[in-house]
Design a protein around this ligand. Structure first.
Ligand code: MG
Length: 352
């Protein structure tokens, strides 16, 4: 197995603001694992709040010795080794997990969903995210998003109600709300959720700070709409911890260390009667298409990271009239775009 990686910076279509910070670019590391003429693609995406950087990912990847494994299909064994290297570095681990799954599909010449016995027709609609902004800009973004059947609205600013009203003055599509931990008081949070419920909001993601689990359990019990853990939910063991605290969990490959653990999370959540959302970071079509392979298994999908950037290097899963549409390509279902301009913008290349 030959393993290479490069850093790359994703350009955001709009300045993206959520409760706490704004950004125009997002750093990623793209990786390739080659084996007998086939190439598996993977990606690590590093939003600032997860604590990983291109430097920390590269430094982790430099310490990974895949040459000790003869067969990339021994995915359990390889990922166990990768996990054992350090307790953190989740995005870096996800990049290896995604590339190995892509390679597995290419070796078996089947899409992952087919290998896993998942029906590709059952994909959900994806939501499209509207970041925090002035009401008039929120309206412009809402109009631009008229191809999507569901919007996810970021709240947690001083003008939350104004933002929702400005969207509702244009469209009645279902809305998800993500407060990114902004509401510190459970009574105020409940008032806001009742108000949102009347505006036709279908679910509320991470309304309160991630560590306020007692308040969250209280809120979930009283909330008329499902509550979803995002920042509170990181690894597989958290599924058990959050039972009764939230109605559901938001699984992202950059938190779960990839597809292998994400599948286990879905299974465990289902056993506990919890709802499942599949989300993403700002990512290329590589990581998005990987996550999309699992999307027929979840209640809600928020896989729009590749739609919010202008310099995707991959082509993969498509959104057709708002619905996630899987293709028949083997593995995670992506092809690299061949534009030389895109290749030139990849900053550095490392071989090992
Ligand atoms: Mg979120």
């Amino acid at each position: 197995m030959k393993f290479t990686y490069s850093t790359y910076n994703l350009q955001m279509q709009h300045t993206f603001t959520v409760s706490g910070f704004s950004r125009n670019t997002s750093p990623v590391v793209l990786i390739q694992i080659a084996y007998e003429g086939l190439v598996g693609y993977g990606e690590a995406s590093m939003p600032p709040y997860l604590g990983e950087t291109q430097e920390s990912v590269i430094s982790f990847l430099k310490g990974v010795d895949l040459a000790q494994f003869r067969n990339p299909l021994q995915i359990e064994e390889i990922l166990q080794y990768v996990e054992s290297i350090s307790p953190n570095n989740r995005a870096a681990k996800a990049s290896i997990d995604i590339a190995l799954h892509d390679l597995m599909g290419k070796i078996l010449n089947k899409p992952l969903y087919e290998i896993w016995g998942i029906n590709p027709e059952d994909t959900p609609f994806t939501s499209y995210t509207i970041g925090i902004d002035k009401p008039e800009i929120v309206q412009t973004k809402t109009k631009e998003a008229n191809n999507y059947k569901i919007l996810k609205v970021k709240l947690g600013s001083a003008n939350d109600k104004e933002i929702i009203n400005s969207i509702r003055s244009i469209t009645q599509v279902p809305l998800y709300v993500d407060a990114n931990q902004a509401w510190k008081d459970k009574y105020q949070a409940l008032d806001m959720i009742h108000w949102l419920d009347q505006k036709g909001i279908e679910l509320i993601e991470q309304p309160m700070p991630k560590e306020q689990l007692e308040d969250m359990a209280w809120l979930t019990e009283k909330s008329p709409i499902p509550t979803i853990a995002d920042e509170s939910f990181q690894r597989l063991d958290d599924v058990q911890k959050l039972k009764g605290v939230y109605s559901g969990i938001n699984i992202k490959l950059m938190k779960s260390t990839g597809l292998h653990e994400a599948r286990k999370m879905i299974e465990k959540a289902r056993k506990q009667n919890m709802k499942v959302m599949l989300g993403c970071m700002t990512e290329t079509s590589c990581a998005i298409s990987a996550a999309a392979q699992l999307s027929p298994l979840v209640d809600w999908a928020d896989l729009d990271g590749n739609l919010l950037i202008t310099n995707d290097v991959f082509e993969g899963v498509k959104i057709v009239e708002g619905k996630i549409t899987l293709n028949k390509l083997p593995g995670i279902g992506v092809k690299k775009k061949t534009s030389s301009l895109l290749a030139m913008t990849i900053n550095k290349r490392y071989d090992k």
